[in-house]
Design a protein around this ligand. Sequence first.
Ligand code: ATP
Length: 355
Amino acid sequence: MSEIKIVNLRKQFGDFIAVQDSSFTVEDGEFLALLGPSGCGKTTTLRMIAGLELPTSGRIYLDGEDVTFNRASARDIAFVFQLFALYPHMNVRRNIGFPLLSQGVPKAEIRARVEETARLLRIDHILDRSVSGLAGGDRQRVALGRAIIRRPKCFLMDEPLGTLDAEFREVMVHELRELHNRIHATTVYVTHDQHEAMAMADKIAVMNHGVIEQYGTPREIYDRPASMYVADFIGSPPMNFMRFHSGLNKGMRSIFLDDVEVAVPEVGEDVAPGEMALGIRPEHIRFSDQSPIRGAVYGSEYLGTNQIVAVETAVGIVKARVSADHSFRLGEAVGLEFNPANIAVFDCVSGRAIA
Ligand code: ATP
């Protein structure tokens, strides 16, 4: 068992609130990604869990035990930083085994565990190499090896792939997830990269200005964003927002976009008249000559298997991801059709999803 639970966790630096009353539970064996732009409080949250930063208020529990005021070394947590330091004068074997050496583990056991760890990370063939000559991906694997050899209850990782080039990053994303599938250690992973979070995590916490805007599975976050912020942060291109001015009543099943009635999922509450937005992801738009929602092709981006076509409409530019079969002319008239099940409606004042 290794469950991490944070309750109303808050961190202030002077008057500035870096983390605002956050609560979540990472269940045993789960992989959580803390996702958000630079400065939103991800690292501060992680450092509090690690015991490197004291919360202003709130509680941290590991396996039900209140560890809020425990020292970092008493928490049985492994922290993998972006800028890890390997010992350059030691070979791979000694780098990986070092944490056990400093714990006084017998030499024979260290040897066996280093080899087991290296096999897990597929670096058993470079155990006797010097770390100074290793490529980025292998260095990262050695750093991971050093973290997992202790068999900690939990892993905390702060942008561990941040320094790798794009190609290695992608390989490591899959390796990290595969490693997680094999060792099932409870993990909290900080990243600003939505693709990393979507590809690796069981759950994602999307953060904005110190607040967790949404906590859910990658599918929930992508399909049912709780706010315009989340809808805009996840997905590329992000969700389209088509604005309209209206009041909404609970139970409504349609709205008017520039006088065209559009079916939407059921509105969940009454909202006073104001600016609203219909949200639809680019891949949930179809072109249809019969549709009354009209526009003119404004530009297109060919992606091989499909294309992103930007369409100028009466309610702004809308991007659709459609088959690459057809080439569109600039200015070509098109009709846009949306599947009601894939539509979201947002209150632009609060930013919250209401349908
Ligand atoms: P990044 O990816 O850039 O590290 P982040 O989401 O991890 O971003 P944090 O590092 O948690 O963000 O920082 C959140 C906010 O708290 C930032 O505005 C940062 O400047 C501020 N902050 C962090 N540590 C301190 C500190 N020791 N003193 C004052 N302000 C701090």
